[in-house]
Design a protein around this ligand. Sequence first.
Ligand code: KG4
Ligand code: ZN
Length: 364
Amino acid sequence: MTDDRIILGIESSCDDTAAAVVRGRPGAANVLSSVVMGQAELHAAFGGVVPEIAARAHVEKLDIAVERALTEAEVGLNALDAIAVTAGPGLIGGVLSGVMLAKGLAAATGLPLIGVNHLAGHALTPRLTAGLEFPYLLLLVSGGHCQFLVVHGPTEFSRIGGTIDDAPGEAFDKAARLLGLPQPGGPSVEATARAGDPGRFTLPRPLLDRPGCDMSFSGLKTALLRARDSVVAAQGGLHAADQADLAAAFQAAVTDILTEKSRRALDHYAALGPARPAFAVAGGVAANGPIRAALQALCAQGGTEFVAPPLALCTDNGAMIAYAGLERAALGLADDMTLAARPRWPLDEASPAMLGSGRKGAKA
Ligand code: KG4
Ligand code: ZN
């Protein structure tokens, strides 16, 4: 097709150095390559992402990721139609590294430069993986973000609720730390919880008693700390079975909060009268099996289509940035050398800023 485009996407806003090539048009695109170089081992000793270490690692790895992505896609720079890059929100050193590389490539090749909002990358992924049509309801749940968005179009999002403190991924990471499990916490808590009894400990479900779609996760972490300390005080340590039961109780509480608030968000979205109601999840926490299953069951009850991208496209990657760039290119949108790296960049600029401070700095 003549309106197909080939876009390179570059992502470096947190602790993954990623590049990918996507080809196609809005709602009908394929991932030709997707290279993600994680940094978990660099940050392991610190119990969280250290921004300076992350930025240095991005500088070292970005061009390797881009070269690999082009090689795996079997396309040269001359075959590209544009270069898309995450321009925020995120850890500023990392975002800057990506934006500078993209500017260099654009200057050298003469290709259009497209700055992409990282959150738009996650939010548009269901169109890349499932060709989902606008509008749809999206739950974006990651290490730095948690919000319900109605996605009206490639650049049009309205936020109808979100976390007032921690993001769920951040809460999973803290829970892992409390239980002595490795980072990133989500996958290790999920794996440990498989052997656990979610009923042995009762953890709170904050804000479920209040109307609306806002959520809170910081009290849950404190409750987990107390439950852990009471076990340690009673028996002098934490056995594998205790770890598993605590992990299962924590995961069950997060699942309940996300499911109940999703039910309310779906009611809100249904009031807009979408022709074919659809609910999508995106972001790293959307990789969680029990959370996906609970949201799928919720949608099945109400006859709503449910879309959860494959796990590798839930967590940070370059393909979502390339695809979001493709959507912008199709609208004729492009940036120039004044493109700025932004630590904060809310998707819905009209909604009031959220409180709290996440893994990637202040909530966008
Ligand atoms: O989207 P993402 O890769 O980066 C951000 O933009 O934040 O999300 C990373 C977050 C981490 O906090 C990680 O613990 C969480 O997603 N995560 C999970 C799972 N896999 C990753 N949380 C729960 N269950 C998982 N299986
Ligand atoms: Zn992300």
